[in-house]
Design a protein around this ligand. Structure first.
Ligand code: ATP
Ligand code: MG
Ligand code: MG
Length: 428
């Protein structure tokens, strides 16, 4: 993809926007872009630099994302709304074309990496609660104050906040600003500005400090940021607004990543803010258990969509007939009684039971967590609680101090009772 119209190739030390940003290392990439850690020489902070592919459709997508992100940043001057902050944007000309670039606040690992890091065992409930609170604050802001639907909420698109400020403490964060290409001084000492010289001196001091620390630790590994999140605030932010839209200007019919997709999207009954709430609840379950709640598959005689609807009904009970027949695609899946056409027998297994039977939650934990999540999984979108209402729920507002949650090693111990596709499907 590093060709005309594609990604822009970046080397450590490359400069952007007239030398303001200096590339440090690659943070990640997606279908549309590569994302680099960059040093902002104007503010002496680290930022995430998202460099879009250059072809027209990618540039247009970037401009849409920038419009949404600008709206988000303008309404959040105190940076307290748990959504990623756009700092700057500009165009960068390279051999593959003109690339739209977004400068975002530098965040940490995604929740997906956190789940993996925890070997898919699920996080302790007090952490799940802290993370849920942040996501809800973000969603409440987007929905109620800005009229924006994210449409692709999932663990991958929620990033942890860095617990160490890399600009204030680059050594502990394992970072030292790189102000020029390591393989050669392209910028020449003579053309260096005062601030660059100052930063370079600071960088040398930081390097000296790192080597000191290495010696005292007796290892070759550069110091790594603290990964153990026990006992600290787990703050996170919602990212990736490439698919975001204003509720009154919807663009796509098919939205959301499969496993986090709301039933009304499958049925094509129209959607609103409450699709994000559905994805939120799927994400909360995954954080607490390490497993995706719905992982539909095609089968003999039925599609992935039909399996998905069947899985939902096994967890939540039968979809009300009125809801089932309300979509443009309803006739593909349901008969006139509101029963699935091609999957006849379903095995009902409610959420609190799953939490107890498969994940060994205590009865109280299971009941309280299910009591929080179940109303969000209402098949009727307009009946789902809003993010603002969820923030009022007792489960979210429980204090952690009087619980055993922090002590228990892990709340999750999986038992093999074969949850994947438990329903008996009868092909017609
Ligand atoms: P997608 O196909 O998911 O839409 P994309 O090209 O729009 O991809 P993003 O998802 O925005 O790109 O970012 C790609 C990756 O870069 C993320 O998964 C994450 O690892 C990293 N990343 C993005 N933004 C930040 C940030 N603000 N701070 C740290 N890392 C980030
Ligand atoms: Mg992404
Ligand atoms: Mg994207």
């Amino acid at each position: 993809s590093y060709r005309k119209g594609g990604y822009h190739a970046v080397r450590v030390g490359d400069q952007f926007n007239g030398g303001r940003y200096v590339a440090q290392r690659k943070l990640g990439w997606g279908e549309f872009s590569t994302v680099w850690l960059a040093y902002d020489t104007t503010t002496s902070t680290y930022v995430a630099l998202k460099i879009q592919k250059s072809a027209a459709q990618f540039a247009q997508a970037a401009l849409h994302e920038i419009a949404i992100l600008s709206n988000i940043a303008d309404g959040d001057p105190t940076h307290s709304k748990c959504v990623v902050r756009l700092i700057d944007h500009f165009k960068h000309a390279g051999p593959n074309g003109q690339h739209q670039c977004m400068v975002l606040e530098f965040l940490g690992d995604s929740l997906l990496r956190l789940i993996k890091h925890n070997r898919y065992k699920g996080l302790k409930l007090y952490k799940v609660r802290e993370i849920c609170k942040c996501i809800l604050i973000g969603l409440d802001y987007l929905h109620r104050e800005l009229g924006i639907i994210h449409t692709d909420l999932k663990p991958e698109n929620i990033l942890l906040c860095n617990t160490i400020d890399p600009a204030k403490d680059p050594v502990r964060a394992g970072l030292t600003p790189i102000l020029e290409r390591p393989e050669g001084n392209l910028n020449g000492g003579a053309t260096m500005t005062l601030i660059e010289k100052k930063l370079k001196r600071r960088a040398r001091r930081a390097v000296a400090k790192i080597s000191l620390r290495r010696e005292s630790m007796g290892g070759n590994e550069p110091p790594k940021p603290e990964r153990n999140l026990d006992g600290i605030d787990v703050k996170c932010k919602v990212v990736d607004f490439g698919n975001g839209c204003w509720a009154n200007k919807q663009l796509a019919e098919e939205i959301q990543t499969r496993q986090y997709r709301a039933p009304e999207v499958i049925l094509r009954s129209g959607y609103s803010y409450s699709v994000d709430m559905w994805s939120f609840a799927c994400t909360a379950f995954e954080l607490a258990t390490g497993d995706m709640l719905f992982a539909p598959k095609v089968g003999q005689g039925f599609s992935e969509d039909e399996d998905h609807l069947a899985l939902m009904m096994e967890l939540l009970g039968k979809m009300p007939r009125k809801v089932a027949i309300s979509g443009a695609r309803s006739k593909d899946f349901f008969d006139r009684h509101g029963d699935l056409k091609r999957i006849r027998r379903l095995k009902f297994w409610p959420l609190d039971k799953i939490l107890m039977d498969r994940y060994k939650f205590s009865e109280t934990d299971a009941r309280e967590f299910a009591d929080f999540l179940c109303p969000i999984f209402d098949f009727a979108p307009e009946k789902r609680p809003t993010a603002q209402q969820c923030l009022q729920h007792p489960w979210i507002n429980r204090s952690t101090s009087n619980q055993n949650e922090m002590k228990s090693k892990s709340n999750v111990e999986k038992v093999n009772v074969g949850m994947s596709n438990p329903h008996i499907k009868v092909g017609k």
